[in-house]
Design a protein around this ligand. Sequence first.
Ligand SMILES: Nc1ncnc2c1ncn2[C@@H]1O[C@H](COP(=O)(O)OP(=O)(O)OP(=O)(O)O)[C@@H](O)[C@H]1O
Ligand SMILES: [Mg+2]
Length: 511
Amino acid sequence: MHLDGITKRFGSLTANDSITLGLVPGRIHCLLGENGAGKSTLMNILFGLLRADEGTISVGGNVLHLENPKQAMAAGIGMVHQHFMLIPVFTVAENMVLGREPGRFGKLDLNGARKLVRQLSDRYRLDVDPDALVEDLPVGIQQRVEILKALANDARYLIFDEPTAVLTPQEIDELMVVMRTLRDEGRAICFITHKLREVVAVADDITVIRRGKVVGEATPDASEGDLAELMVGRAVNLTVDKAPPTLGKERLVLTDFTVANAAGTIVVDHLNLTVSGGEIVCIAGVQGNGQTELAEALLGTMAVIHGTAILDGVDVTHMPPKKTIEAGLGFVPEDRQRDGFVGDFSIAENLVLNRTTSFSSVGNLDLGRIRSNADERIEEFDIRTSSQSQPVRSLSGGNQQKVVLARELSRPLSLLVANQPTRGVDVGAIEFLHNRIVKERDRDTAVLIVSTELEEVESLADRIAVMYRGRIVGVVEPDTPRDVLGLMMAGVPFEEAARSVEKSRTEHADV
Ligand SMILES: Nc1ncnc2c1ncn2[C@@H]1O[C@H](COP(=O)(O)OP(=O)(O)OP(=O)(O)O)[C@@H](O)[C@H]1O
Ligand SMILES: [Mg+2]
């Protein structure tokens, strides 16, 4: 398949500037580029969701005219989207038949869909229950449903747009296996990711785009540093330089903090933790061990059924979000699309979303200050946009994330709670955001980070609190070896974990 001279403009912005690219059966082609470079736009054109202004897509010399995804699917193209396209209240099987032709009897062929889910699940070892409601499934499984949807048409060309951003390390490994299987079956894969480790692991071909243009190609033996430089056009420091913390007073004190979910199940279990001003505590753990619920309960969107949260001496245990934010909490939610912004509102509006009172005078919004604030934040956080009045929905994924961080990090905070703060953000922007979070720490803010990325935890943390089944297994130093952390993340206390790692090291040394 050849994409030849693809150009796409949005108003004055050229999102794709004469991009030429080949996708070859039996190869994984990684598409790299900074946030807003134009990757998703190009893939949306290939999948018939957007029309190119110029250029052609052809297979075996035949030009394809793709007006919509249906035609793309008919041409053997499948896509796993950066932002899931599933309907949450439908089952897996129901989602499979959506957008496809009705069955023979004019009805949606649900039984057929069920069977297909089972067949494909078996073949690619993607364990998915066809009758489960999508909203009840963890993101990793929802991702599999997206993959099954793409495979249902036996797509020869598969597009994966940042599939790993929301996956756990274990799920990422599983996805890599699936991608390799699909490649070895002779499918052509286009894979977008910001995690350079993954690129080095699976790529056969690498193309880098920047500001809409192809700026280079690389071979899979390229180092992560080389790839980073190609992507952002300068050397990137992949580790964080930070001074040892200067501890201030205890700011957040959690005592027996206990949270239940909507079903009444205890998800944070008598948790005790203190975060002082001037330090970064990272919560490490396998996703689903109560980290997100802990963060949300601090914000005030989940029920605390026992214990207390004290922030700067004030009891915030049962405060609603509006109040906790007023009390000095900065909050970065795990799912930016659902909880981070209002998509139809402009960047400028979203940047003041939870503090309109500080942008008002005598009861009226001060539009001049909202505009100048937006200009400053866009500049500081390098939000790639053509205008501050652009709706956040139409920003690239990584730039949406930057809007959330820019808003939360631009007012005086006592406590910053950030859940997966750099999800979907490119390496250059991660460098900036990590430094910005350290700067926040150095202003005597208490910082609590939840991250499933061990690299992120190791580079940011002054202390690591490992969470397992709603409890803190232990609080350890940031240089704790990964295998020890790994055991702790499975519930093994620090001393025992350290001993067992030590033991297996000496045993290996003996052989
Ligand atoms: N519907 C739209 N209207 C206006 N601008 C748009 C629209 N869709 C995309 N853009 C702009 O096109 C540019 C490219 O966006 P795109 O989503 O392709 O980036 P990306 O490379 O996928 O970035 P990321 O890594 O952050 O996902 C961005 O500047 C974005 O704001
Ligand atoms: Mg994208």
